[in-house]
Every structure is written in structure tokens, then in C-alpha cells.
Design a protein around this ligand. Structure first.
Ligand code: ADP
Length: 290
């Protein structure tokens, strides 16, 4: 299976916002996490890959397929779950999926029924297939969204911020479904939720202000902070002082106490405790660079 290779992709909106600045990424089969804060450029990148908008500059290749000059070829092998996925609340899951299958060119009735039922089974909605979509929970709607994205058996699946609003059980079920799909497909998961990437992805990139700040394997990326991360419990009123004196990458309350994580090449002082880094630390250190 071919990699998706993005080279030097840039996009400036008419209002002057540089949403993408020379983005280059290599995305292999499996789950790829695209992590970044709101406004980082994730949706712009997802929509550009999905051929819904054009870049000003750069190239997108999937094997021998040039996505910008052959958008119709790409659409045949693309599955896309947008951030806002609307459903018709009065229709049942089976009816809407069957309707969407017709739109995707699956016109033979018997074949269509088989595909629709198999997909509903795959996303664990078979029992709920006659239920109205308006009665579905957030997690059920998202799983339905994956079913429609899989109708054409895509080689590339793009999911944009899929776990927002899901409770932990629904989120877990959704993760399991995605990683199963990722066994045969390139799955790009765009999210601002660090845990989504930590749980699921074998490859990842962090983007901020339209630029790739780090990319690679999450375990190796985390290891890049090893030996440089320290923790200390302080008084809340001391926080400003610590932020001036040290490279504080995160500050949070833990069991009512103020905890800071500090990045330092040498031991910052006896009250600091060396700690193992996690993906949250990497994310914070990249997004809030001093
Ligand atoms: P993300 O998905 O990471 O939140 P977006 O790609 O939606 O980021 O947005 C990146 C930047 O581009 C933001 O500053 C956003 O306000 C801006 N932006 C997005 N869409 C448009 C648009 N159609 N016109 C102008 N600016 C836009």
C-alpha cells in the first residue's frame, strides 16, 4: 500500500491568514494522528487532502496518484468524516446508509443491501439499524459516520475531530473501530485531544500555526524529552515567578495542589523531581515554546 506524501503545502486565505505554511508529511498505512490546537490548520489540511479545497502551493501524492490534478480518482478511494456530520433525523440508519450507497454508485439492490448490513454490523449498529438517526447518541452517530465513509472501501480515510462530545465508553468503542480500519487503510485522525493520539496512533505530527513542529513515532517523540523533564509542587501564588525563572511547559492543579512541569537540560534544583515524559508534555512543550 502506498504512502501519502505531502510536500511543501501552503495555503493563505483571502483575509491573510496563513493556514498552512510549507507542510511536508509522510503518512503510511495505519493510524496517523494529526494533533494541534484550535486554529492550527488541521481542517484546512484535511479538506485539502479530501479535494474539497485547493492549496496555493505544494504537492499531494498517493502512490502514483496526484491528488490535485486527479481529484476524481482520489474521490473514488477516499472516505471522509467531516467535523460536522449531519444526518437526517427522521430516517433509520439502514435507510440513510442505503441512500448514501446509491449516491456512491452502488446501484444493485441486493449488493447494496449486503454492503449496508455488513457495514452496520462492522460499526456495531446492526441491532439499531431500524432506529431513527435522531434518536442516536453522539457515539452512535459517529460510528454511523464511519460506516458511510467506508461505503466505497476506501484506501484513505480522513476523520476530523471525531471524538468531541463522546463519553469515555463511546470514545473507546470508536477508537477500537478506527484501529480495526487502520489495519488495511491509511487513517488520518485530526484532533486537539492528546489522548486520542496516545491511545491509537503509530505515527503522528503536531502542527501549530500552519507549520509542522514535530513528526514521527509517538514513542520516539516522547523519548526526545527523556532526562530533561522535572516536576514540582508549588504555591499557586508562586506560579508567575516560576514561569519567569524556568521553562515551564505545563501548570495544572492536581488534587488541589499546583503542579508545574519544567524542561531543563540540567537539574533545576533540589526540590524538583525528575519525571518520565508523556505525550501531553511533548505537546505542551511544542505548542508553548518559550
Ligand atoms: P483547525 O482545524 O486546526 O482548528 P483551521 O484549518 O480550521 O484550523 O483554521 C486555520 C486558520 O485558518 C484559523 O486561523 C482559521 O481562523 C483560518 N480559517 C479557516 N478557514 C478559513 C476561511 N474559509 N477563511 C478565512 N480564514 C479561515
Amino acid at each position: 500500500m502506498d504512502n501519502l506524501i505531502i510536500t511543501d503545502l501552503s495555503k493563505t486565505y483571502k483575509n491573510g491568514v496563513k493556514a498552512l505554511q510549507n507542510i511536508s508529511l509522510q503518512i503510511p498505512k495505519g493510524m496517523f494522528g494529526l494533533l494541534g490546537p484550535n486554529g492550527a490548520g488541521k481542517s484546512t489540511l484535511m479538506r485539502t487532502i479530501a479535494t474539497l479545497q485547493e492549496a496555493d502551493h505544494g504537492e499531494l501524492m498517493l502512490g502514483g496518484l496526484n491528488i490535485q490534478t486527479q481529484p476524481n480518482e482520489l474521490r473514488k478511494i477516499l472516505g471522509y468524516l467531516p467535523q460536522q456530520f449531519g444526518v437526517y433525523p427522521a430516517l433509520s440508519a439502514e435507510m440513510l446508509l442505503s441512500h448514501l450507497a446509491v449516491l456512491k454508485g452502488i446501484i444493485h439492490r441486493k449488493e447494496r443491501k449486503e454492503i449496508v448490513l455488513a457495514l452496520l454490523n462492522k460499526v456495531n449498529l446492526y441491532e439499531a439499524r431500524k432506529q431513527k438517526l435522531g434518536e442516536f447518541s453522539g457515539g452512535m452517530k459517529q460510528r454511523f459516520g464511519i460506516a458511510q465513509a467506508l461505503l466505497n472501501n476506501p484506501k484513505l480515510l480522513i476523520v476530523d475531530e471525531p471524538t468531541a462530545g463522546l463519553d469515555p465508553v463511546e470514545r473507546n468503542r470508536f477508537y477500537n473501530l478506527l484501529s480495526e480500519v487502520g489495519e488495511q487503510t491509511i487513517v488520518i485522525l485530526s484532533t486537539h485531544i492528546v489522548d486520542d493520539v496516545k491511545e491509537l496512533c503509530t505515527k503522528m505530527a503536531i502542527i501549530n500555526k500552519g507549520q509542522v513542529v514535530i513528526q514521527g513515532n509517538p514513542i520516539e517523540i516522547i523519548a526526545s524529552l527523556n532526562g530533561r523533564l522535572y516536576e514540582k509542587t508549588i504555591q499557586k501564588c508562586e506560579l508567575e515567578h516560576y514561569k519567569k525563572e524556568y521553562h515551564v511547559i505545563s501548570d495544572r492543579l492536581y488534587l488541589g495542589k499546583q503542579l508545574v512541569h519544567v524542561l531543563s537540560d540540567s537539574h533545576p534544583g533540589s526540590d524538583f523531581k525528575p519525571i518520565e515524559a508523556n505525550l501531553e508534555d511533548v505537546y505542551m512543550s511544542q505548542i508553548f515554546k518559550s
